[in-house]
Design a binder for this molecule. Structure first.
Ligand code: ADP
Length: 251
């Protein structure tokens, strides 16, 4: 579902991702861990086409992000191709990013109606189902400012799911929350991870959550994967000294 092949990302002289290769299978839940500045968020931003690679290729569900097939030739991707690829990928951000002028239901139905061309009725029905899934059926007509951070983040998760993405990217989705609100959001994500075959790429400092939901953990340092394995391998028996230091520091 996701394929990074020799990906390099530079900002000026700074090499943020250094010849990165990895794949994520359909339905797999993969967590990226590692010190701040190691390139984790950049990976998610590349997948969202918010940034472009300096070299190398990224494929999502078989489609290259930087190029497209046209008349039997590989040509630089045009906007139409990027729009199609973007539909496959949904992201939940640290800062929720809900539309403040719309109520909860409108936040969830906006993109399905205007981007996917769904009918209002259909989009509304799906949104109500998703609100039930995230435990907010009674908040459909509330505005984001009337909700707690944890509730806003659960709406953002429902909004992401409403687009039926093949890949869901989660970027430190609990770091802006008060500690007592973290559990509710993680419970919703655990439920989602268990009950769907959506592919998830997760950046988190919540190691307990990473352990529960991940099929695989990738440990990053300076834009490279320095160790990877199952959560048991990485959290119980890390082999790399940098991994051991990192885990000691975040626990
Ligand atoms: P992480 O998510 O692991 O904390 P990031 O991917 O956010 O790491 O950042 C990796 C490095 O890239 C950092 O050194 C950061 O300062 C740098 N960086 C990220 N985005 C930009 C940008 N737009 N311009 C310049 N440097 C950037």
């Amino acid at each position: 579902m996701i394929e990074f092949d020799g990906v390099v990302k530079r900002f000026g002289d700074l090499v943020v991702l250094d010849q990165l290769d990895f794949t994520v299978r359909r339905g797999e839940k993969v967590t990226l861990v590692g010190p701040s500045g190691s390139g984790k968020t950049t990976i998610l931003r590349l997948l969202m086409t918010l940034e472009a690679v300096s070299s190398g290729t990224i494929r999502v569900d078989g489609e290259m992000l930087s190029h497209e097939q046209r008349g039997g030739k590989l040509v630089p991707a045009r906007e139409k191709h990027l729009r199609e690829v973007r539909k496959k990928v949904g992201m939940v951000f640290q800062q929720f990013n809900l539309f403040p002028n719309m109520n909860v239901l409108e936040n969830i139905t906006e993109a399905p109606i205007h981007v996917l061309g769904r009918s209002r009725d259909e989009a509304r029905k799906r949104a109500l189902d998703l609100l039930e899934l995230v435990g907010l059926s009674d908040k459909a007509t509330a505005h984001p400012s009337q909700l707690s951070g944890g509730q806003q983040q659960r709406v953002a998760i429902a909004r992401c799911c409403a687009m039926d993405p093949k890949v869901m990217l989660l970027d430190e989705v609990t770091s802006a929350l008060d500690p007592e609100l973290v559990g509710g959001v993680l419970d919703v994500l655990r439920e989602l991870a268990e009950s769907t075959d959506i592919t998830m790429l997760i950046v988190t400092h919540e190691m307990g959550f990473a352990r529960d939901v991940s099929d695989r953990v990738l440990m990053f340092d300076h834009g490279r994967i320095i160790e990877e394995g199952t959560p048991e391998q990485i959290f119980n028996a890390p082999e790399n000294e940098r991994t051991r230091e990192f885990l000691k520091a975040v626990r």
